[in-house]
Design a binder for this molecule. Structure first.
Ligand code: V0V
Length: 144
């Protein structure tokens, strides 16, 4: 049910500094930026120049609060790779299929992710130490 690697998420202490680092060193462009209060993050999606927006992106995640998922990750592990996100066409069906196989999903119901996507997560301890996100893009999503 995975249709693509949607994005790889990196926890950063300072979003603007991280955007500038990726621009200056790797030439990546900001495709989208938003604040997600529920997740406690300010985030940016970065893409390689000239790509249409359907390719794998890099998600920079900065905490809004110390007790958020990213805030805790930074204090425990420091900046670095925090998640791998698979694109799926139906997040509810994908979550149900994984639960059926005995994996713990973090949410009972999918929550709102970037650009009105719907997201859920597999517990990292059930996925080889990797926080795996499932992301169903919004139906009317236009490429970034
Ligand atoms: C924690 N652990 C991880 C991990 N975070 N392992 C791999 N990758 C990570 N990102 C390990 C941790 O070291 C512990 O291992 C164990 O899992 C349990 O951790 P914990 O300290 O008890 O739990 P917390 O409080 O750190 O919570 C971890 C989880 C939390 C994964 C439950 O981060 C969470 O709810 N994440 C989902 C939401 C999220 O990440 N939101 C921010 C991105 P040991 O020490 O016991 O061995 S928002 C987003 O992605 C959006 C909006 C989007 O994509 O659209």
């Amino acid at each position: 049910f995975v249709t693509a690697i949607d994005h790889v998420g990196i926890a950063v202490p300072d979003l603007d500094a991280a955007i500038e680092f990726h621009r200056a060193h790797f030439g990546l462009e900001v495709a989208h930026e938003e604040v997600n209060e529920e997740q406690g993050v300010r985030e940016a999606m970065l893409r390689a120049p000239g790509t249409a927006g359907t390719e794998t992106q890099i998600q920079l995640l900065a905490p809004l609060r110390e007790d958020s998922a990213i805030g805790k990750f930074l204090s425990k592990s420091g900046p670095g790779l925090q998640q791998l996100a698979y694109r799926v066409s139906d997040v509810d069906a994908a979550a149900a299929a994984l639960r059926e196989k005995g994996l713990r999903m973090l949410y009972e119901e999918a929550k709102r992710g970037t650009s009105n996507s719907r997201v859920n997560f597999v517990h990292p301890k059930d996925a080889g130490g990797v926080l795996v996100e499932l992301v169903e893009p919004a139906k009317n999503a236009t490429p970034h």
